[in-house]
Design a protein around this ligand. Structure first.
Ligand code: C2E
Ligand code: MG
Ligand code: MG
Ligand code: MG
Length: 292
């Protein structure tokens, strides 16, 4: 019986794999026309300066409105785009759209806000990213200080020398580079010294632990202190409660991003958020515990 169960679950597993491969190839096909059909859009999530209680910048997050499937989340199509090599085209779309939006906000009279975009390993290995960024900034008349790039630790595992060379070119143009999901990768700390990094982003999972477990402060504090001694900025991701914000302020974290301060939102909503931020953030900022 155990044997036939094993056989059945193997059959089931094969079936699943086949379904997934089919699913993947249909997403792959749809990706090709999604750009032309304007099915992608960027949403923007605020990053809050915890000392000043102001909007320090934003992160652009890609959204796909599929005509039949509806909203397709990034985890369902970015790995497919990476696998099929389409991701570089997608990244170009994201960077162009981010620059177009920065320019549109400026023309609408919004104070200058930086936009961070996420890139994949392939973007850094294939080489032309810095040229593309340089040209796109010129096209839209955007300062490199307003565009930032987020990479993950796991990218270093690819072709280290090429990745570092691309990042250095971007850095020398004035583009700030952040390490996303910091603390979840497998790479050693040695690369941090070689990386032209401006900022570490504490992964959401560690921020979650801040008000869940008694030793939850240990890793966030370690990353804040590491950032301090490296002379780089530190941003906490996925802040959902005032308590988490409080603890991050107490440990000296520079910025926070998360549902507590604002969800990723369409561009128009984001500009309204920025306009209302002086009033609204006053209510959201926790009192400093050392303020007594
Ligand atoms: P990420 O860059 O680490 O982005 C943060 C993710 O956390 C976003 O998910 C965001 O919506 C979510 N988030 C923000 N605050 C909170 C919070 O308080 N609670 C919770 N539970 N979640 C929060 P999203 O938009 O689904 O994106 C997921 C991942 O997909 C991103 O992680 C990034 O790795 C990737 N991604 C998104 N847009 C792009 C893109 O344009 N290009 C590439 N290559 N990857 C992208
Ligand atoms: Mg990111
Ligand atoms: Mg992240
Ligand atoms: Mg993440």
């Amino acid at each position: 019986m155990a044997k036939s169960e094993g056989h059945n679950s193997l059959q089931f597993f094969r079936h699943e794999l086949k379904l997934r491969a089919l699913e993947r190839s249909s997403i792959e096909r749809d990706l090709q026309r999604a750009i032309e059909q304007h099915e992608f859009e960027l949403h923007f999530q605020p990053k809050i300066d915890l000392a000043k209680g102001t909007v320090a910048g934003s992160e652009a997050l890609l959204r796909w409105r599929h005509p039949e499937r509806g909203f397709v989340p990034p985890w369902a199509f970015i790995p497919v785009a990476e696998h099929s090599g389409f991701v570089c085209e997608l990244t170009h779309w994201v960077i162009n759209e981010a620059c177009r939006q920065i320019k549109a906000w400026r023309e609408a009279g919004l104070p200058p806000i930086s936009v961070a975009v996420n890139v994949s390993a392939a973007d850094l290995v294939n080489g032309d990213l810095s040229d593309f960024v340089a040209n796109t900034l010129v096209t839209h008349g955007v300062s490199p200080r307003q565009l930032e790039i987020e990479v993950t630790e796991s990218m270093v595992m690819h072709d280290v020398e090429t990745v570092i060379a691309t990042l250095r070119r971007l850095r020398s143009m004035g583009i700030a580079i952040s390490i996303d999901d910091f603390g979840t990768g497998y790479s050693s700390l040695a690369y941090l010294k070689r990386f032209p990094v401006k900022c570490l982003k504490i992964d959401r999972s560690f921020v979650d632990d801040l008000d869940r477990t008694s030793d939850g402060q240990a890793i966030p504090k370690l990353i804040v202190d590491l950032a301090r001694s490296l002379g780089v900025k530190v941003v906490a991701e996925g802040v959902e409660t005032v308590r988490q914000a409080e603890r991050l302020i107490d440990m000296g974290c520079d910025e926070a991003q998360g549902y507590y301060f604002g969800r990723p939102m369409p561009a128009e909503d984001f500009s309204a958020y920025v306009m209302q931020a002086p009033e609204n953030l006053k209510k959201l900022m926790p009192a400093r515990s050392d303020a007594a």
